[in-house]
Design a protein around this ligand. Sequence first.
Ligand code: MG
Ligand code: MG
Length: 256
Amino acid sequence: MIVRKNQAELEKMRAAGLLVYQVLDTLKKMVAEGVSTLDLEMTAEKMIVAAGARPAFKGYANPQAGSKFPYVLCVSVNDEIVHGMPSEKKILKRGDIVSLDTGVQLNGYYGDSAVTVAVGEITPEAQRLLDVTRESLELAIEKVRPGNRLFDICGTVEQHVIANGFTVVREFVGHGIGTQMHEEPQIPNYVDRRNENPRLKEGMVLAIEPMVNAGAAGSRVKADKWTAVTEDGKYSAHFEHTVAVTANGPWVLTRP
Ligand code: MG
Ligand code: MG
């Protein structure tokens, strides 16, 4: 069942969403050559705790990993798709691309967002990967309107990515969000006709998150049981927003 939220609930989700935005905005500005991914983690945790929120990712149990995620931030560099772990040994260098993904729970409601940023100068192809992935999210957000269907979102991402010669990751998907970080429906970045195709209704809140590979679509999970990487070692980008369906169209809760 897809849980719909009333106006008061959406306002709470807005507060959670804005906190996630502030954290990611701060981290984006920190990203530079020589910074460790653990530096980013520590700043994120400080900001979330100072705001009176709970880091949603820390302690998140993944049955496939058989463990709890130990950090507040997923930081995925270059060929890492999602769920990369911060480390003091992982030092950013010029030419890297870095996905920053975090979530918070504030007053009972979750917000979840991700952005991929460049470290210094990157190749034109890497820049195009970032642009196309961000565009695919923006085009999908435009579909978040009452009366449209879930496949309008999935298909919009898929078509934009394929038209630009990249591929969508199939093993990881977006999701409904509310009092749980992961609610129904699942939101693949392609049309999966095995799934239902519900009509979008006012009050639904969706975390849409294209994960786009520069090369082949294949992914694998590393020995740490969390970090997903591309099979071919090529770059992958990830953008995400938490978006509410309203009578007036999409309300992106994770940006001002
Ligand atoms: Mg998410
Ligand atoms: Mg996320």
